[in-house]
Design a protein around this ligand. Structure first.
Ligand code: ZN
Length: 451
C-alpha cells in the first residue's frame, strides 16, 4: 500500500513536470525547477556593485564609517537580507575573537545570518565569506609562485582597497540571492535553511570556526553545507575560458557524507541545470587553499565547496579583484546549481542511519551468500532507494526503489564485492543523501613476542 503510494507520487511529479515548460529533465520536481528559474543574474550584479563600493571588507578594517570598511558592509548585508522576505530571521552571529594568528588584535567578528525555518530543526547551509584581503602587489599569484605573505605581518594595512568582487563577493551575493529566492518561494521546507555570509575567512576561517564550534556544542544537526568561495570568474589567468562547469570539492573518505553530498549536488545539477557540468573533486580543496566548509567537516558535518573551473590568481587578494572580473551569467548558473541541490535536500527526508553500532547492519543473510541491508526508519519517508556499485568504483552504478521497509535483501550479491547505500524517499519523490555501508576499520592487537 505504502509502496504503491510512493510510486504513484513519483509518477505524478514526473507527469506534472512533463506538462511544464522547464528545460530540466522529466524526473524534475516543478517546485525545484521554479526555485532554479527564480535566480536573477541582474540582482547578482546589482548586489556585487554595492558590495565592492565599501572599498575593503577586511575583518580588521573600520567598523564605524557608513560607507567604507567591514562595518558598513555587514550592516548593508543585514538590511538587504531583511528586505528579502518577512520569513527570514536575520541576525548577527557575533563572536569576540582573541588575538591569534593573523588576528592581530581583539575583534568582534560578525557573521551575517538569515534563517528560513523548516518543519524540522536539521539544517541545510548555503554560505560564502564577505570579508576580503589585499596581500599587496602580486596577491595570490605572488604567493603561488613563492612570495612572502605580508598578511602575517603585524604592520599589515587593513584599510587599503580590497574590493573582493570575486573572492568572495561572488559567494556572498550568491548566498544573498538564494536567501531571497528561497524565502519568496512560498515553499514549506522540511529542513531549516541557513544562509550565512562569513567574516574572518581570510584570517583562517575564524567566523565559520566559531559558528561550527558553537553549533556542535549545542548538538545542532546539519544535513549539508554548500560553501561558495570564488565562483564568479569564467576566464582563467592562463587564458582558459569555461563558463559551463564548476568544481565541487569534498573531504573523504569515499563513503563519508561529504562525498555523498557532492554526488547529490552533481545529480541535482544534471536534473535541473543540465547545461552546467559539475566537476567532482575527491579532495577537500585546492592545494594549499581552504575555506569555510572545513570548519564544518572538522565537526563531522557534511560539507562541500564550489570553486570556479578556471581561476585568475593575479586578481585574487589584490586591489584588482574588481567587478570586471566577474561573469554574472556564469555566477548565476552556479547559484542555480546551489538552488537545485539545497532545495532538493531541504524538501527531502533526512538520510537513513546505516551504522552497525546504531542498530543497522549489512549482512550475508539469509543464505550466507546474499546481501541483506537494514537501516533505521526515517520520519516522513514513504519508500527507500537502495544504491550499489562495484567496490572499485566511486559513484553509484545502479539503484532500486524498495518500498516502505527497513530491510532489503539483494539475493546472491556478495557484500564483499559491492558497495551498498540507501536513501530515504519522501512522499513527493525527493530523495535524501545516500548513506553508505562501510566496513569498520579493523584494529590489530599488538603481537606478543617472546624475547
Ligand atoms: Zn575566499
Amino acid at each position: 500500500m505504502q509502496r504503491s503510494l510512493a510510486l504513484a507520487a513519483l509518477i505524478s511529479v514526473s507527469a506534472i513536470h512533463a506538462a511544464g515548460a522547464q528545460a530540466a529533465r522529466p524526473d524534475a520536481d516543478p517546485r525545484i525547477a521554479k526555485l532554479v528559474a527564480a535566480v536573477s543574474e541582474d540582482r547578482l550584479r546589482a548586489l556585487t556593485q554595492k558590495l565592492v563600493s565599501f572599498g575593503t571588507r577586511s575583518t580588521l578594517s573600520d567598523t564605524m564609517s557608513a560607507t567604507r570598511g567591514i562595518g558598513a558592509a555587514r550592516r548593508w548585508i543585514f538590511d538587504e537580507l531583511k528586505r528579502s522576505g518577512p520569513k527570514l530571521q536575520v541576525s548577527y552571529d557575533s563572536h569576540r575573537i582573541a588575538p591569534q594568528g593573523r588576528i592581530t588584535r581583539e575583534v568582534e567578528l560578525r557573521n551575517v545570518m538569515a534563517v528560513l525555518p523548516g518543519r524540522s530543526p536539521r539544517r541545510v547551509y548555503i554560505t560564502g565569506h564577505y570579508d576580503t584581503v589585499n596581500l599587496g602587489s602580486g596577491g595570490q599569484l605572488a604567493l603561488n609562485s613563492g612570495g612572502n605573505n605580508p598578511q602575517a605581518s603585524r604592520e599589515f594595512n587593513h584599510d587599503i582597497d580590497a574590493p573582493g568582487a570575486n573572492d568572495d563577493g561572488s559567494g556572498t551575493v550568491l548566498t544573498m540571492e538564494l536567501a531571497r529566492v528561497f524565502a519568496e518561494s512560498g515553499l514549506e521546507f522540511d529542513a531549516t535553511l541557513v544562509f550565512i555570509c562569513w567574516a574572518g575567512e581570510e584570517q583562517g576561517l575564524i567566523g565559520s570556526s566559531a559558528h561550527a564550534q558553537a553549533l556542535a556544542a549545542s548538538k545542532g544537526v546539519v544535513e549539508g553545507m554548500f560553501n561558495n568561495d570564488i565562483v564568479g570568474n569564467s576566464q582563467g589567468g592562463n587564458g582558459m575560458i569555461d563558463n559551463e562547469s564548476v568544481r565541487v570539492y569534498s573531504l573523504g573518505p569515499e563513503d563519508g557524507m561529504s562525498r555523498s553530498l557532492a554526488r547529490y549536488i552533481a545529480r541535482a545539477a544534471a536534473t535541473y541545470v543540465p547545461a552546467h557540468r559539475i566537476r567532482l573533486m575527491a579532495r577537500e580543496d585546492r592545494f594549499g587553499r581552504g575555506s569555510d566548509h572545513s570548519s564544518f567537516t572538522a565537526h563531522g558535518y557534511p560539507a562541500a565547496v564550489f570553486r570556479e573551473s578556471n581561476e585568475n590568481f593575479s586578481r585574487q587578494h589584490t586591489a584588482e579583484d574588481k567587478i570586471e572580473g566577474v561573469d554574472f551569467k556564469y555566477l548565476a548558473q552556479n547559484a542555480r546549481v546551489n538552488a537545485a541541490g539545497a532545495g532538493s535536500l531541504a524538501l527531502a527526508p533526512t538520510a537513513p542511519i546505516v551504522a552497525a553500532e546504531r542498530g543497522a547492519t549489512l549482512s550475508r543473510l539469509p543464505s550466507g551468500y546474499d546481501a541483506t541491508l537494514a537501516w533505521r526508519e526515517v520520519p516522513g519517508a514513504v519508500a527507500y532507494k537502495v544504491y550499489w556499485r562495484d567496490a572499485w568504483e566511486n559513484d553509484w552504478q545502479q539503484s532500486r526503489v524498495v518500498g516502505n521497509t527497513t530491510t532489503h535483501t539483494m539475493t546472491g550479491m556478495s557484500i564483499d564485492d559491492w558497495v551498498f547505500g540507501v536513501a530515504a524517499v519522501g512522499a513527493d519523490g525527493l530523495e535524501s543523501l545516500v548513506s553508505a555501508y562501510v566496513s569498520p576499520v579493523r584494529r590489530m592487537n599488538e603481537v606478543k613476542v617472546i624475547r
